[in-house]
Ligand binder design. Structure first.
Ligand code: PLP
Length: 359
């Protein structure tokens, strides 16, 4: 008896899935010592309140029970902070889970989703899984969105903008997002995975525009990428619909306890954020002095290019020195490198390796 899959087995799968390339996340080496600047993780440990909350939630019979399906404790806290009612909040197993829920809620097979490019590549994969089209509207050369992003189109059901955007780190001003939301014939998701590092956000817009939905992540600013927690802010009517689509227990007891503790530790966030922003300024200046062309970032990473275009070689040369950054290429647009803001020591090591690699 053979356990190997015959190549014909793929025909058992929906054709939309079989033809999908699949999303490839950044490398997560499981062995060896690396300076890891490739997936925009926070270089600092999370608030100590997180470990305490997890330990407390892991005692007694708590884990024998299912979690609160609506993560009420967390929603109350974040709603207080934002000055909203908890029925404006829905939680997810990371913001990727919320993006999946949103795409499944709004976009049907044969319909269409719109995103800018270059941006977060997962959006296209989520459309593909739905059997929907994904229209990519190029950013202008200075990372703005022109009016074509709001143009009408048959079957257009959802638009998603990462803001700040990845890989550029740039921000579309909330006033411009509001204009686009007014013109678009569909819902607009503003993916604020990096919102805590930026000068402005679109949380206020959600109140004023029924069609605007904001998603937030605990993976970057709260240093909890390994925990998997995020939330979306949307009008209560939309939240009700999203609840029908999400798994009942998409957030577990430990992550709800941890995220609630994390969001209560305001001082931790303020301190960590200002450290990262200070290092971001050093990284940007250091890159510029080495002849790179960094884009001014509103996130915890910096996108840059070199006049000679040798981006892949720089990525490879750094990898040999056990420093991981992200090399990215966007068909029809070009390529470049994205560097996560690490600790000051990590960024010193990176800049000295780049100096070493030279021209
Ligand atoms: C990292 C990232 C996410 C995913 O965040 P998780 O909460 O870890 O799922 C979503 N959107 C963008 C643009 C990201 O960079």
């Amino acid at each position: 008896m053979s356990t190997a899959c015959a190549p014909t087995d793929r025909r058992l799968v929906r054709p939309e899935i079989a033809s999908l390339a699949g999303y490839t996340p950044g490398e997560q080496p499981q062995e060896g010592v690396w300076i890891k600047l490739n997936t925009n993780e926070n270089p600092y440990p999370p608030s100590p309140a997180v470990a305490a909350a997890v330990a407390a939630a892991a005692t007694g019979r708590t884990l024998a029970r299912y979690p609160d399906p609506l993560a009420t404790a967390f929603r109350r806290r974040v709603a207080d902070r934002l000055g909203l009612d908890p029925d404006w909040i829905v939680c997810g197993n990371g913001s990727d889970d919320l993006l999946t829920i949103l795409v499944r809620t709004f976009v049907g097979a044969g319909e269409c989703m719109r995103v800018p490019t270059p941006s977060y590549v997962l959006y296209r994969t989520l459309a593909g899984i739905q059997g929907a089209a994904c229209e990519e509207v190029p950013f202008t050369r200075d990372w703005a969105l022109d009016d074509s992003f709001a143009a009408p189109r048959d079957g257009l059901r959802l638009a998603i903008v990462a803001n700040p955007n990845s890989p550029s780190g740039t921000l579309v001003p909330p006033a411009r997002i509001a204009e686009l939301a007014d013109r678009l014939p569909c819902a607009l998701v503003v993916d604020e995975a990096y919102g805590d590092f930026a000068d402005a956000d679109c949380l206020d817009l959600v109140r004023r525009h029924e069609r605007v939905i904001v998603t937030r992540s605990f993976s970057k600013s709260y240093a909890l990428a390994g925990l998997r927690f995020g939330y979306a802010v949307a009008s209560p009517t939309i939240v009700e619909e999203l609840r029908k689509v999400k798994d009942s227990y998409n957030c577990d007891t430990l992550s709800i306890a941890a995220a609630t503790a994390a969001i209560d530790d305001v001082d931790w966030l303020t301190t960590t954020r200002s450290r990262i922003l200070a290092t971001r300024a050093r990284l940007t200046a250091g890159l510029r002095s080495l002849g790179y062309q960094p884009v001014e970032s509103q996130a915890n990473f910096v996108w840059c290019t070199r006049p000679d275009g040798r981006h892949r070689e720089v990525y490879e040369a750094l990898k040999e020195r056990r420093i991981l950054i992200r090399y990215m290429t966007f068909p029809g647009w070009g390529d470049g490198i994205r560097i996560t803001v690490g600790t000051d020591d990590e960024i010193d090591a990176l800049l000295s390796a780049l100096r070493d690699i030279g021209a």
